[in-house]
Write a protein of this length. Structure first.
Length: 277
């Protein structure tokens, strides 16, 4: 086998909830078949186990998905934009999305301004949806009294519902997926606002991928996402299609905040959910 025939690796980690993994695998199977027909060697199965940095820096990477903030801040010289999915979730507008500001269903507060000196739950500081977009919406840098770092959007939601934190910004696609496939996760919450729209989590390939490979990826994704045989999988994943955005679209992502609220601790919680976008 020649080096050119070695299958490129693939991963779709950003919304890889256990409840929809069958659909993610079905989507990739359809994309891989179309790539093979176009002469592009693709791994037959997705990598569901490697760390995000390992996935995004793999020299054999063919297709993955990343959050816009790490793409812009860290991986721009390693990754190339392929296409941005359109999701059918409240808060999405074409290939753009936002975060939903969630609080306890039975708690006080009707807008972000009511949560001055509150404790916010944050999945991780590098998350566009969980912190960067929220920080950009704050009236002042030291608005919150403290922050609870949870590691995942689902855990931020659980922390708010349990009273361990007062408010969290949740990727609207994650929220919609959990609302559909894990309704108990959203039952004790209510939405009081949204962050500004931002370009969605893009599909990417390695930076040095050939132009023909990028075009084959775009064609395979578009074809699979229009295939009637994948209607059930698309509905489970909430994906409607893809659009091609440029580097300038992602340059509009807010800057990483210079300061963060002091951390607080809470009982540990490990969630069976996807990485925090």
């Amino acid at each position: 086998m020649t080096a050119a025939a070695v299958p490129g690796t693939a991963s779709l980690p950003m919304y890889d909830l256990p409840e929809v993994r069958w659909a993610t695998d079905a989507l990739w199977s359809a994309v891989a078949a179309r790539l093979s027909a176009a002469g592009v060697a693709a791994a037959p199965v997705l990598d569901h186990s490697s760390s995000l940095p390992d996935l995004w820096t793999d020299p054999a990477l063919l297709l993955s998905q990343t959050c816009g903030n790490p793409y812009v801040r860290t991986y721009r010289d390693r990754l190339r934009l392929v296409a941005t999915p359109r999701y059918a979730a409240a808060g999405c507008d074409g290939p753009r999305y936002c975060s939903l500001l969630v609080v306890r269903a039975d708690g006080p507060g009707e807008s972000l301004a009511d949560f001055r000196d509150a404790v916010c739950a944050v999945n991780e500081w590098g998350s566009l949806s969980g912190w960067v977009a929220l920080a950009a919406a704050l009236p002042e840098p030291r608005f919150f009294r403290a922050a609870l770092i949870t590691g995942a959007h689902a855990d931020s939601m659980a922390a708010v519902a349990a009273g361990e934190a007062d408010i969290a910004a949740i990727d609207c696609v994650t929220y919609a997926l959990l609302q559909r496939h894990r309704p108990a996760a959203t039952a004790g919450l209510r939405v009081i606002g949204r962050t500004a729209p931002a370009p969605g989590l893009p599909f990417v390939t390695r930076r040095d991928a050939a132009e023909a490979t990028v075009e084959a990826l775009r064609s395979a994704l578009s074809g699979a996402l229009a295939d009637p045989a994948l209607a059930e999988a698309r509905a489970a994943l909430l994906i409607e299609g893809v659009e091609v955005l440029g580097e300038a679209d992602y340059d509009a992502i807010p800057a990483q905040p210079a300061s963060t609220p002091p951390p607080v601790s809470a009982p540990s919680r490990r969630s069976a959910t996807a990485p925090a976008p």
